[in-house]
Design a protein around this ligand. Structure first.
Ligand SMILES: Nc1nc2c(ncn2[C@@H]2O[C@H](COP(=O)(O)OP(=O)(O)O)[C@@H](O)[C@H]2O)c(=O)[nH]1
Ligand SMILES: [Mg+2]
Length: 244
């Protein structure tokens, strides 16, 4: 497996965070990579900034997601035009030590994994910033899901995930395009389908450089809870069948 990476950045009005994330990635990554910025709407304030970045720096592609609104479809659009076999999806507003990207890729390749998920909840990973309610709910959901299912990922819901493109293509994502619920679903289905998965600790700070979160309590809780229950039941069922 070659040390090459397609980085997919879904953006929703990220004029403040986007240049910081792109510059961090561009200046620290020395292996072959491309950065794919995916926006949903022509009027999004990231578009102009992204055009300037693409004109100034190498390996940057700006693409319009014409599949449907939401990060889920933006990632799908990014994967479709990506040129490498390894992909990283990440949120542009979450700043973490960018050296972790190379460490995650080394891990993916050396250990022949299908998915390396970031974790903010174990092995020294930390989550900072963002809204208090979002942070509390995320922590409770991930800790209890880990405890109840024994899934080897302590942060199933994080959007920072590196994987082989074949994994993304083989998993059918059914979640509604609400927040990053698809990342939770992807973690569960990768585990259920016996893919080789592991995690890498990240110290991440949410919304360090402005813009605003798309967090909406009601619909988010509903969609994440749905996958929590679905995942719990299906993992239990799988484990029961394996014992017999
Ligand atoms: N293309 C696209 N990107 C989105 C959408 N919603 C959020 N994002 C991006 O997904 C990432 C995380 O979003 P954010 O609102 O910070 O979520 P939170 O941290 O969970 O509150 C950021 O890079 C956003 O710009 C969307 O509807 N479409
Ligand atoms: Mg955020």
């Amino acid at each position: 497996m070659k040390k090459e990476l397609s980085i997919i950045l879904p953006v929703f009005n990220e004029k403040d965070s986007l240049p910081i994330m792109v510059r961090l990635l561009n200046s620290t990554i020395k292996f072959k990579k491309e950065i794919i910025i995916v926006y949903d709407d022509q009027n999004d304030n990231s578009v102009e900034v992204a055009k300037e970045l693409a004109a100034e720096l190498p390996d940057i592609t700006l693409v319009h997601n014409n599949i449907g609104k939401g990060a889920k479809y933006a990632v799908e659009m990014g994967v479709r035009i990506s040129k490498y076999e390894n992909i990283l999806i990440t949120a542009v507003d979450e700043i973490f030590p960018i050296i972790s990207v190379e460490n995650m890729l080394n891990k993916l390749i050396k250990e022949n994994l299908d998915l390396v998920s970031g974790t903010r909840y174990s092995k020294g990973g930390v989550r900072l910033g963002g809204s208090l309610i979002g942070a509390v709910l995320s922590k409770i959901a991930n800790k209890s899901f880990y405890f109840l299912t024994n899934i080897p990922l302590s942060d199933c819901t994080t959007g920072i995930k590196m994987m082989k493109k074949s994994l993304w293509k083989s998993i059918k994502i059914d979640s509604k395009p609400i927040a990053w619920a698809f990342a939770f679903e992807l973690s569960i289905k990768a585990y259920l389908n016996n893919y080789r998965i592991d995690e890498y600790p990240l110290k991440s700070v949410d919304r360090l450089f402005g813009g605003s979160s798309t967090f909406k309590l009601g619909p988010w809780v509903k969609e994440y809870l749905k996958w929590f229950i679905w995942g719990y039941l299906n993992i239990k069922k799988r484990n029961r069948n394996e014992k017999n």
